[in-house]
Design a protein around this ligand. Sequence first.
Ligand code: SF4
Length: 287
Amino acid sequence: MSKIKIAELFYSIQGEGRYMGVPSVFLRTFGCNFKCQGFGMPRGEMSQEVESIAARITEFKDYNELPLVSTGCDSYASWDPRFKDLSPMLTTDAIAERICEIIPHGEWRDEHLVITGGEPLLGWQRAYPDLLDHPKMAGLTEITFETNGTQQLTPEFKEYLKKWQLRTWHTGGPVREITFSVSAKLPCSGEKWEDAICPEIVREYEQVGTAYLKFVISTEQDFADAECAIGAFRAAGFRGHVYLMPVGGVETVYTLNNRRVADLAMKNGLRYSDRLQVPLFKNEWGT
Ligand code: SF4
């Protein structure tokens, strides 16, 4: 039986992107290929906020006790090795059981599954089929992978996902849908363009499901970078929608940006994604 290292598993409302407002189970896997220490920092500078938290690591017994950060990656504990002991390795059986305990009716109805991270397509692709084939997951019809768009699907997982979608269709059951919410990292993240903007990989996601791009925006320069990236994705044949989303893992930063980013999206005929988890739940862990 497969195991997955889980940073968080919780039930909430999807706050971002295509499924904004939809009741969702969030499965946050451990591990990421990026650090994104540039978010919320002057360009070229890297956030050191997590350093002081890591220095006090013994004070935190549970993931939910960790402080929120206003700069850098807001889910730092889902990949930083210093916090790895707060993320248990669970069997796919245990995950499926736990999911049925946290959804309102004890079985999948209108909820959607968000597999997020960290970077969820990094190493766990081999384990997802075991989870999705579990009898308790049979009623699930919609999955979103929240990815940074840098990880290729393995041929095996690609074929599995194609079949997963067709399974109920053939028997007259509900239509199943897979979405890739691709948060491609712009230079404001602190990551290098050549590592972060991978149009060919995202094009491949479109062969399996619906893929859209979601750019985190703070400044005019970020938007100029997003336009450049959109050009590169379109040139590679990417057909999906594009969302602009305000930077802001904490409310003070989010409220400085959200209206301006919404205006920018409207002006340029792009979609706007909110971060409903910030005004609704203050972006606390487990929301
Ligand atoms: S890709 Fe996402 S999870 Fe990974 S470091 Fe960047 S913001 Fe954090």
